[in-house]
Design a binder for this molecule. Structure first.
Ligand code: OGA
Ligand code: NI
Length: 320
């Protein structure tokens, strides 16, 4: 495997974790501590559920823009193009944001899909419920690995009926050739960390995803359509009092092929207090973060730019 040596951080390649192996628990903890990013195989999700959703997504993104726009704007759910959020971030991407808990958005799809909207909904639901189950299993293995008494300390937040989780389909069309040289490394999705607890990403075999372990250094992640890539989100970084790292990542457009990715973002209920788990700190004074609820964090993140250090606002200023 290609190896990178980047200033202080040596990156031996994306940690590959076989979920069927007993040693995966400690490997998961290490990957979350070292990088906040890893790839899982033997995840137990049959290919059929993945390819079915992929073909629905391809169908959706191939519709004329006027049709797709009928399912937008993303307020917060629906179709969006180029604009990411409301604070000036743009990228070479179009996307569909879906709520994982209620079915309320689907009337938007009925108008363009007709009866196929129902099928689309079923395929998304099936996929999301499987990926969520896998995310919960990973979170439980992590809790075990951290010797947290409550094995479901993290996963119960995703299992909660009120869990504020989101599902996102991103489509990065091929870069336009008229941009010539400058189309190299055109930004598809600007650098950011994911604010939730955990993100589960699956993409087709087109590259573009990069992670950053030290500022300004980007590592390209080879795509793998048969595996899932997992990101630690900001909330999990806080719940582990900084022991797990919320990984900075972005997508660059770099080929003549389009990239399609689907991401499940597992988040807590809005009213949930995000704070280090008691067993991971000696006392409240040990917490690196001020107290906040997921609602407060989301509100603050919505007001910020993608690249901002959104957690910075909630860090305790070290007393000197
Ligand atoms: C995201 C993200 C990566 C991708 O949507 O938060 O990081 O490959 N996406 O689309
Ligand atoms: Ni992301």
């Amino acid at each position: 495997m290609e190896q990178f040596s980047i200033s202080k951080t040596f990156f031996p390649g994306v940690p590959l974790i076989d979920l069927s192996k007993p040693e995966s628990k400690s490997q998961l903890v290490k990957a979350c501590e070292d990088f906040g990013f890893f790839k899982v195989i033997n995840h137990g999700i049959p290919t059929q559920f993945i390819t079915e959703l992929e073909s629905e997504a391809v169908k959706f993104f191939s519709l004329p823009i006027s049709h797709k726009e009928k399912t937008g704007p993303p307020d917060p759910f629906g179709y969006g193009s180029k604009k990411i959020g409301n604070n000036g971030d743009v990228g070479w991407v179009e996307y569909l944001l879906l709520n994982t808990n209620t079915q309320s958005d689907y009337h938007k799809f009925a108008s363009i899909f007709g009866e196929a909207a129902e099928k689309f909904r079923c395929i998304v639901n099936e996929y999301v419920s499987r990926v969520k189950k896998m995310a919960c299993e990973i979170l439980e293995m992590l809790a075990d690995g951290l010797k947290i008494q409550e094995r479901n300390g993290f996963s119960k937040l995703l299992m909660d009926e009120e869990s504020d989780s989101v599902f996102r389909l991103n489509h990065y069309p091929p870069c336009p050739t008229e941009f010539g040289e400058s189309s190299k490394n055109l930004i598809g999705f600007g650098e950011h960390t994911d604010p939730q607890i955990i993100s589960v990403l699956r993409s087709n075999n087109t590259s573009g995803l990069q992670i950053s372990l030290t500022e300004g250094n980007w590592i390209s992640i080879p795509p793998d359509s048969n595996s899932f890539f997992i990101n630690v989100g900001d909330s999990l970084q806080v719940m582990t009092n900084g022991r797990f790292k919320s990984v900075r990542h972005r997508v660059v457009t770099n080929s003549s092929k389009s990239r399609l990715s689907m991401i499940y973002f597992g988040g807590p209920p809005l009213s949930e207090k995000i704070a280090p788990l008691p067993s991971l700190i000696k006392g409240e004074d040990d917490s690196l973060y001020k107290e906040f609820t997921w609602f407060e964090y989301k509100k603050s993140a919505f007001k910020s730019r993608l690249a901002d250090n959104r957690l910075g606002f909630f860090e305790k200023i070290a007393a000197s």
